[in-house]
Design a protein around this ligand. Structure first.
Ligand SMILES: Cc1cc2nc3c(=O)[nH]c(=O)nc-3n(C[C@H](O)[C@H](O)[C@H](O)COP(=O)(O)OP(=O)(O)OC[C@H]3O[C@@H](n4cnc5c(N)ncnc54)[C@H](O)[C@@H]3O)c2cc1C
Length: 421
């Protein structure tokens, strides 16, 4: 049997591409190596699925993806956040908008999104094959010929869409297989790195801070005292480093800067400058003048953080605060405004929500997602050299590029007519 379209990878991009092309009348097969579709999708947004980010103006939206964002302009204009929300609403998934325009399932269940997509595939009569690992793809004269599965079975189609994702969370099935095939076909792969990932820190006291969560701090990234990035937000210490939205969004930049010597600096009081904090501490010292320094700090900071600050300050913990010298107080203030941490590296693909780098965008047509090198090949999703911040931006890439790839692979040139359902 020769399919119109064969799609490799049953994640968000692959499911969207398959449903859309079948909806337009194409005879589609979707191949997924796991025994179920959308394993990673179920993990998104801590199981709640941050479906998209509701920035409606495509010009503003593309800016979130940095310099490469302009590649998405056409896809986002056609199938942007509003269309994605409508798509899921029409298929029974109610949505809600939270802070920073983040759109979630109203039920807080990523499984609802997956169910809607599986139903989409069912109604559009996509042939779904799970447990089907693609081992090899053969090509002839700039055209893909066939797919060979791990069990030796061959799949032949007129057109092919590759949506195998990146390398992050490899246990979910995304092991970077697509990069290897595309490299063999002559595509350039921009070096990949774990992105949206936590950091591993060198400082010995880090394990003692595991679980400490700070609701509002300023974190700066420094290279040789040069400030590369600064932001205010929430952060949390892990067993070997630090995480949280601010850190995740910084990780892409950090990955590109390493192995340079990089430092993080935490300001526990972002709303006060050095002299403002000094005034506050002096005032608090007055109020608590007979308190030991140890008990004073315990009132100020998280229980696991207090002993570390005390140790680093070099101030005798039993000393009454009214005996703390001006010099000691200034040392304390520096620690609270410029708490330095040394970066060892990124936590790695196992803990990265995203893979940055990927298929070079200049080799893909942004209007159709068609490869410029291989005649009958389309690409979509995380495997492209696109990386957005947290907040629903990366699933939006998969929805938009998957939809466009499916639609153009099932193009009117093939004479398909939309399925009625
Ligand atoms: C923990 C976590 C939370 C996240 N939360 C969010 C969020 O809330 N919002 C957001 O926007 N983004 C989030 N992301 C990112 C988002 O999940 C990805 O960007 C998105 O899943 C990429 O979709 P994709 O279809 O391109 O690739 P994937 O989801 O990686 O799917 C690729 C599929 O291809 C299959 N495959 C690979 N190789 C083969 C092969 N050889 N043969 C057959 N099949 C193969 C894989 O098994 C996999 O199912 C999160 C990521 C993680 C890890």
């Amino acid at each position: 049997m020769i399919y119109d379209i064969a799609i490799i990878g049953g994640g968000p991009a692959g499911m969207m591409a398959a449903g859309r092309s079948a909806e337009l009348g194409a005879n589609v097969i979707l191949l997924e190596k796991n025994k179920d579709l959308g394993l990673k999708l179920l993990m998104t947004g801590n199981g709640r699925c941050n479906i998209t980010n509701l920035i409606e103006d495509p010009r503003k939206l593309v800016q979130a993806y940095g310099a490469n964002g302009k590649f998405l302009f056409s896809a986002l204009s056609k199938f942007g956040p509003r269309e994605v929300i409508e798509f899921f609403n029409q298929r029974g998934v109610r949505t809600k908008v939270e802070d920073n325009n983040r759109v979630f399932t109203a039920s807080d269940k990523a499984a609802d999104v997956l169910r809607a997509l599986v139903n989409y595939l069912k109604y559009t009569r996509v042939q779904v094959r799970t447990g089907a690992r693609v081992k090899e793809i053969t090509s002839l004269d700039n055209k893909i010929e066939k797919i060979i599965l791990a069990n030796g079975e061959e799949i032949v189609a007129n057109k092919f869409i590759i949506t195998t994702g990146g390398k992050s969370y490899p246990l979910s099935g995304s092991t970077g297989d697509g990069y290897k095939w595309l490299k063999d076909f002559g595509h350039e792969i921009v070096p990949t790195l774990p992105a949206l990932t936590s950091l591993v820190l060198k400082d010995k006291f880090i394990p003692e801070l595991e679980g400490v969560s700070l609701a509002r701090v300023q974190i700066s990234l420094l290279r040789d005292k040069k400030n590369l990035f600064s932001g205010i937000g929430e952060t949390v210490f892990t067993r070997d480093g630090i995480s949280g939205p601010l850190i995740l969004n910084m990780s892409n930049l950090i990955g590109r800067e390493l192995p340079a010597k990089l430092k993080l600096q935490i300001d526990f009081y972002p709303d006060l400058d050095l002299s403002g904090l000094d005034k506050k501490i002096q005032k608090d010292f007055q109020v608590d003048k007979n308190k030991s320094f140890k008990n004073f700090i315990a009132k100020l900071l998280a229980p696991k953080l207090a002993p570390i600050i005390i140790k680093l300050s070099g101030i005798d913990p039993e000393k009454k605060v009214n005996q703390v010298s001006g010099e000691e107080r200034r040392m304390l203030i520096r620690l609270l405004k410029e708490f330095g941490l040394e970066i060892y590296g990124l936590a790695g693909y196992e803990r990265a929500m995203l893979t940055s780098g990927g298929v070079k965008l200049s080799e893909v047509d942004p209007k159709t997602m068609k490869s410029k090198l291989i005649d009958n090949l389309y690409l979509a999703g995380e495997m492209l050299d696109l990386a957005g911040p947290t907040g629903g931006f990366n699933l939006q890439v998969s929805w938009s590029t998957g939809y466009i790839a499916g639609e153009s692979a099932a193009g009117l040139d093939l004479g398909f007519s939309p399925v009625k359902w």
